[in-house]
Write a protein that binds this ligand. Structure first.
Ligand code: BES
Ligand code: ZN
Length: 656
């Protein structure tokens, strides 16, 4: 929300996009409501009654509810405690059709329930055991969707919303058989983070609200449905699947996938789901998962979600991984055949503590999810592969952070850990800052107070905030009470303010070093000094060393140099997606046309935004490669998820 708006926190979420009619209407309603509530003594800015200034303790006392600029919900009035879904998956119409029953917890006498929806067709709403009630859909904001206001009583226990999702629902991707590994059956998956759950489930779509859920999902009988909940291991005969998620979760962790799936156990609490032709390869690639869970439990306390399984999706999945509880969703681009890219599994597993157990209260606090998770990820990798391995990951991360800061602008407020995303898409906060500056803050804290003290601190953070949402100020308070304890010298040494509310990378950041990478740098230097590529000492290099090698090359390379590297190391044909991605930058930068077929095959063969965005951007930066970018995009776009097309449409100024 813009600071010049009404000072109350009751204003409907505003979007930057002008829609004067809606804005003035909602401002009027907001103003009236605010007046009424101030009159009732319910709103006083800065007081405990103000949902957005509430401390975590106050929030928890009121049922853990908190207002969020990216949600229309008012969980401080009435909170959704449980959702029961009954959905039929209609591949012909590309719709999810059915009912969401929301169990309520009242914190006031409110006679309306406010939910988030976006492009849902609401057919009817009933209360408790069946009485129809009135509802109203507010004006549609392109990002936030429409507020669904439902008339209730202070005694209403349950609201039943009968609805259908639309074919273009942003969370949902409906895949043709040709977009799957098997090529015979359709596939569907959802991606709810950050604010897309509302495109397939009417809910209080804010990470500050938690609920348990149950679901019945009906699919064609040759397919299997899985969710971020308890899952079966085999297909049912009738295509009806039942799910329970007994631990309370925020809405962005609601997830569903439907396809021709098989299961392989890794041990007695973890396994892999994938299409039949992929499942063996996936089970081999992820064999270290049980050891990762053990390592994480050793550090951060018991795994609280019973099972940890991984679903390998078709290649259009827009992320590397998504930490859907009990069932991480993963891109097949990490199936490198040598287990070299499994830090991503450590990352998604780590979210079982940082994110899923202790959740960012709003998207402005996103670094609490991702920065903590990158730190945990590297501790897990250190535990299973050793400190030299973890050091390579940390150094690659530092490089990512430096280029991230350079591209955002070193003084830009978007380089602060605590963000201001009011009026913007929460997706704008998904930068290297949350991930790598967040990691660097925790790493600096570890080095300042010592590993044993810091480990005990993190363990207690997770235990004392389990199944709660936390704010950035909640974190600062916790550091003050548990670590600083009045020690002003320590407070100055940590300088949390500079990290959280200041730009760039503060001076007290840890120096990150890797001896393996120093050896790689020597090989880059040798090649540039004339040693032939095939004579370089690259034996036993992991993909991380290759990545460092490729990043260490000069921007400008001759056609001969490109051809020499390609011939010696088979880079254009690399089966490692990270290595291929780094190489394709040089292909574009140096107009190395022998690599164009590989470039096009990569961009049309998968939809992971982290790979698409920089490659399309690089092509868009220059007129002579822009045409190539557009022609590849025209072919590839129909196969991408909306998360990816949103980003690439902008880069290429694409008009549909
Ligand atoms: N939760 C994120 C993915 C995400 C963030 C989706 C924000 C939507 C909005 C997930 O845990 C993640 O960080 N994935 C990374 C992998 C990781 C190893 C850095 C990715 O997909 O690249
Ligand atoms: Zn993450």
């Amino acid at each position: 929300m813009h600071p010049d708006h009404s000072p109350t926190t009751l204003a409907a979420p505003q979007d930057g996009a002008p829609n004067s009619k809606n804005q003035s209407l909602s401002a009027l309603i907001t103003g009236l409501l605010a007046l009424a509530l101030v009159g009732l003594g319910l709103v006083a800015c800065g007081s405990p009654g103000d949902p957005n200034s509430a401390t975590t303790a106050e929030q928890t006392a009121r049922g853990g509810a908190m207002r969020d600029v990216h949600s229309y919900a008012r969980p401080d009035e009435v909170a959704v405690d449980h959702i029961d879904l009954d959905l039929s998956v209609d591949f012909e119409q590309q719709r999810l059709i059915g009912r969401a029953s929301l169990t309520l917890k009242h914190h006031s006498d409110a006679t309306s329930l406010h939910l988030d929806t976006r492009q849902l067709d609401i057919r009817a709403v009933t209360l408790d055991d069946g009485e129809e009630t009135t509802f109203e859909l507010g004006p549609e904001d392109p990002r936030l969707g429409s507020e669904l206001t439902i008339a209730i009583q202070p005694t209403t226990q349950r609201v039943n919303v009968f609805y259908e999702s639309r074919p273009q629902a942003a969370a949902v991707q409906w895949l043709e058989p040709a977009q799957t590994a098997g090529g015979e059956h359709p596939f569907l998956f959802t991606q709810s983070q950050a604010i897309l759950a509302r495109t397939w489930v009417p809910c209080q779509d804010s990470p500050g609200v938690r609920f348990t859920y149950s679901a019945t999902v009906r699919v064609p009988s040759e397919l299997m449905a899985v969710m971020s909940a308890s899952n079966g291991e085999t297909k049912t005969d009738d295509g009806v699947y039942s799910f329970e998620m007994p631990q309370p979760i925020p809405s962005y962790l609601l997830a569903l996938a439907v396809g021709d799936l098989e299961f392989r156990a890794l041990d007695d609490r973890s396994g892999v789901y994938a299409e039949p032709s992929v499942v063996e390869k996936a089970a081999w690639e992820f064999a270290e998962t049980p050891a990762m869970i053990d390592a994480a439990e050793e550090l951060y306390g018991p795994y609280r979600w019973e099972r940890y399984d991984i679903l390998v999706l078709p290649p259009s999945f827009p992320f590397g991984g998504m930490e859907n509880p009990r069932l991480t969703f993963a891109t097949p681009t990490i199936l490198a055949g040598d287990r070299s890219l499994v830090a991503l599994i450590a990352h998604e597993l780590a979210h079982s503590w940082s994110g899923n157990l202790v959740t960012n209260a709003t998207w402005n606090d996103f670094w609490l999810n991702e920065g903590f998770t990158v730190y945990l990820e590297r501790r897990i990798m250190e535990a299973i592969k050793g400190p030299d391995y973890a050091a390579m990951l940390a150094l690659l991360g530092r490089q990512d952070l430096e280029s991230g800061i350079a591209s955002i602008g070193p003084q830009d407020p978007d380089t602060h850990l605590f963000l201001d995303l009011a009026g913007r898409d929460p997706d704008d906060g998904m930068t290297e800052i949350a991930y790598e500056k967040g990691y660097d803050l925790l790493r600096m804290m570890e080095e300042t107070v010592g590993r044993p003290t810091f480990d005990a601190f993190l363990l207690s953070w997770f235990e004392s905030n389990a199944f709660k949402s936390q704010t950035t100020t909640g974190f600062i308070d916790y550091v003050e009470s548990e670590l600083i304890q009045g020690d002003e010298e320590l407070a100055a040494e940590l300088d949390l303010d500079a990290w959280i509310y200041g730009p760039g990378l503060p001076d007290n950041a840890t120096r990150v070093e890797s001896s393996a990478f120093t050896a790689v740098e020597a090989q880059v230097a040798a090649w540039l000094a004339g040693t032939p590529a095939e004579a370089l000492d690259t034996a036993n290099w992991s993909s991380h060393e290759w990545l460092h090698f490729l990043r260490g090359l000069p921007e400008e390379l001759s056609q001969e140099q490109m051809a020499e590297l390609d011939a010696a190391f088979g880079l254009s044909a690399s089966g490692n997606s990270e290595v291929l991605h780094a190489w394709l930058h040089h292909v574009i930068a140096n107009r190395y046309s022998e690599g164009y077929a590989a470039l096009e095959a990569f961009l049309t063969g998968m939809g992971r935004r982290k790979f698409l965005q920089p490659l399309y951007q690089r092509m868009a930066d220059s007129d002579d490669t822009l045409a190539m970018a557009k022609s590849i995009y025209a072919k590839a776009r129909p196969g991408y998820h909306s998360v990816s097309t949103n980003t690439i449409d902008d880069i290429l100024s694409w008009q549909q």
